[in-house]
Design a protein around this ligand. Structure first.
Ligand code: BG6
Length: 485
């Protein structure tokens, strides 16, 4: 078979999110986001992935009145706010063609309801984009990455309220007006599917604000509002930025039946369809009929306003982006071993190894995902998150992270195979090119980077940056456009 490998203009790079790197949570006019009140959870257990993240009104109010960053590591990040030039220079040294990053809504609109943006916030991102342009790094920007204003959460229960669409449209419009000259690729919502497991992080929903028994109904209504907002801003971006490309973003939850028992296969199929639903709406422009039937059966009735259906249909996205960390199995056996993972829990697959955090490593699953998704949607794709969280040891100014190199190497081989078989993959951004604060546990010690950051879980350290062995390896991969895997 002819080996086509990576296309010439393939976008190699890395992905980060504002709330996990910037720090500077309360300076230069920034407001408090839902991420700024996420607490340190080093021993996150499987069961915590099922509970709707134990967020309560009382807890939220206590957190926002606490001025310290002691229990809230995302308030500290890795001080990218002040060190972005140094960090971008390191990415450029690795040869990055692209960097995926997000814009903190609260840096532009502290409570979400201001009518004009905070000029200091606008200036910060403009400076970041100017520097990226100077370094020839193409930005891929996520508008919403788990960091909505907490004020909208308290006042409206987040996205449950339809008027939050207007606030998001105002924020996005400012982003297009101010940064459109620098940014061509935009993603609307990070892992929009995670709303079901993490309604507060994803959509600002505080469960005890929902009427009794209404949480699930509210989650789907909030999701509908996000779909509408996504379509609206897609439309606006196209009016404002001539050559822009808009993508949706999915957590690819590749699911295998644990056995070939038909009931296991049926369950795995159901989970797979549940996962597709979120991309279907944004790519095909309508809710899948089976999903609607399923929701009806559960007694969930999503309120569509006049014009919603048409809006979704007319403003579908240009490309599909997704995160891929792991796969999971499913089984109808209630005693099957459960494993944690990104945004979900699943059943342990006996054929796979796990990371120190229990996420199962499955490079072949990445190829399977690429094939499944491309066959279903037939549009260009980007892998915008993939990587391994590990405990790294700094020794003599570097980290000998052969396990990380191994992880990427095996995943890149599978990407290459998928491309050879016809998949249109246009970008790959690792999560994350530099150590940052973990989304789920708020640990620094769950390290993903090619660059080590000297900071521990309590915030002690010099914040100095060190190149790991994987830094040089990834540089070579990019230099040779994937030949030196
Ligand atoms: C994804 C998120 O779900 O997983 C990222 O989009 C996150 O924000 C990444 O950091 C890895 O998860 P964690 O919990 O290990 O940081």
């Amino acid at each position: 078979m002819k080996n086509l490998a990576f296309p010439d203009n393939f976008l190699w790079g890395g992905a980060i999110a504002a709330n996990q790197i910037e720090g500077a949570w309360n300076i230069d006019g920034k407001g408090i986001s839902v991420a700024d009140i996420a607490t340190y959870k080093p021993n996150l257990d499987v069961k915590d992935y099922v509970a709707h993240m134990a967020v309560t009104c009382e807890g939220v109010m206590a957190a926002i009145s606490d001025p310290s960053d002691k229990n809230y590591p995302k308030r500290r990040g890795i001080d990218f706010y002040h060190r972005y030039k140094e960090d971008l220079a390191l990415f450029a040294e690795m040869g990055f063609k692209t960097l995926r990053l997000s814009i903190a809504w609260t840096r532009l609109f502290p409570t979400g309801e201001e009518l004009t943006p905070n000029p200091e916030g606008v200036e910060f991102y403009k400076n970041v984009f100017k520097e990226m342009k100077r370094l020839a790094i193409e930005p891929i920007v996520t508008l919403s990455h788990y960091e909505m204003p907490v004020a909208l959460s308290i006042k409206y229960n987040g996205w449950v309220k339809r008027s939050v669409i207007d606030d998001f449209v105002r924020f996005s419009t400012v982003c297009f007006d101010q940064f459109g000259a620098y940014v061509k690729y935009w993603l609307t919502f990070n892992e929009i599917d995670s709303i079901y497991r993490h309604p507060f992080t994803t959509a600002g929903i505080i469960p005890d604000k929902c009427k009794d028994g209404q949480l699930e109904q509210d989650i789907y209504q909030a999701l509908h509002h996000q779909f509408v907002a996504s379509a609206l801003v897609t439309k606006i971006a196209r009016e404002k930025i001539a050559d822009c490309k808009i993508g949706c973003m999915l957590t690819k939850l590749t699911t295998y039946p644990l056995t070939c028992k038909p009931e296991d296969v049926e369950l795995a199929l159901q989970k797979t369809l549940d996962n597709y639903f979120y991309a279907d709406v944004q790519i095909k422009g309508e809710y899948p009929k089976l999903t609607l039937a399923n929701l009806k059966q559960k007694g969930i009735d999503i309120m569509f306003e006049e014009g919603d259906k048409q809006l979704l249909k007319q403003n579908t996205v240009d490309f599909l982006s997704f995160s891929y960390y792991m796969s999971k199995a499913e089984s109808t056996n209630p005693d099957a071993d459960r494993i944690p993972g990104n945004t979900i829990i699943g059943v342990k697959n006996p054929y796979l190894k796990s990371t120190e955090w229990g996420w199962q490593i499955d490079p072949k699953g990445l190829k399977i995902s690429l094939i499944e998704l491309y066959d279903r949607y037939n549009i260009p794709m980007m892998i915008v998150e993939n990587g391994i969280g590990a405990v790294d040891k700094l020794e003599g100014g570097t980290v000998h992270d052969h396990y990380r190199i191994e992880y990427f190497k095996e995943h890149f081989k599978q990407m290459k195979e998928a491309i050879d078989e016809g998949v249109e993959l246009i970008a790959y951004t690792s999560w994350a090119p530099i150590d940052l604060v973990s989304a789920s546990t708020s640990q620094m010690s769950k390290r993903y980077g090619f660059i080590y950051v000297d900071q521990d879980d309590e915030g002690n350290g010099t914040l100095a940056r060190y190149k790991k062995e994987s830094f040089y390896w990834y540089k070579k991969v990019i230099e040779t456009n994937g030949k030196a895997i």
